[in-house]
Design a protein around this ligand. Structure first.
Ligand SMILES: CC(C)(COP(=O)(O)OP(=O)(O)OC[C@H]1O[C@@H](n2cnc3c(N)ncnc32)[C@H](O)[C@@H]1OP(=O)(O)O)[C@@H](O)C(=O)NCCC(=O)NCCS
Length: 164
């Protein structure tokens, strides 16, 4: 399995993952819009045949970074794919000068909560009725960075095109 930058050709692959994994999936158009936003970060997980098996997206506003979604195809769950995606995104946003990475997660989504806790995120609050169909509260989970990533001690911009 490898983690790479997303490119525009894989928007349909990400849309397929969204369809498979979420009750209210992002459409291809919404993925394309987010992908074209310079504040966005999209990373893919590929298997040994280069097929897209997972993705993560996030965005940054000033030094604040937020995960939109993480999804892994059912056939490749519990293989460490999501953990690799989250770790790569932590490195990516920290390298771009983020002070923290935060997200909302359904309070019933134990798999995702464990994933984020394992990566060092802490529950810092609750957003009431954040989700619909079914209505549900969200945990706000955040990982704060004390200092720039060790591989990028100046907190400078991430180098373009790097494979993580
Ligand atoms: C949540 C999801 C992304 C996890 O992907 P994954 O690749 O299977 O996760 P990993 O194999 O990297 O697991 C990392 C850790 O997450 C936790 N975890 C993952 N799946 C779990 C499950 N079904 N039950 C409990 N804990 C789970 C565990 O702590 C695991 O560590 P371990 O395997 O050492 O116990 C995946 O189940 C998924 O795509 N679900 C549907 C979409 C979704 O809910 N996304 C999150 C939205 S916020």
């Amino acid at each position: 399995m490898t983690i790479t930058e997303m490119n525009a050709l894989t928007i349909p692959d990400v849309a397929r993952l969204e369809e498979e994994c979420f009750a209210h999936p992002w459409t291809e158009a919404s993925i394309e819009e987010a992908y074209n936003n310079p504040a966005s970060f999209f990373l893919l997980a590929r298997d040994d045949d280069k097929a897209v098996i997972g993705y993560i997206s996030a965005y940054m506003v000033r030094d604040e970074a937020f995960i939109n979604n993480v999804a892994v195809t059912a056939a490749h769950r519990r293989e460490g794919v999501a953990r690799a995606l989250v770790d790569a995104m932590l490195k990516r946003v920290q390298g771009n000068g983020a002070s923290f990475l935060s997200l909302e997660v359904r309070m019933s989504n134990q798999a995702a909560i464990s994933l984020y806790q394992g990566a060092g995120f802490e529950i810092e609050g609750i957003r009431k009725k954040f989700y619909r169909d079914p209505d549900e509260d969200a945990f706000i989970m955040t990982k704060t960075f004390d200092r720039p990533h060790p591989e990028d001690p100046d907190g400078g911009r991430w180098k373009e095109g790097i494979i993580l």
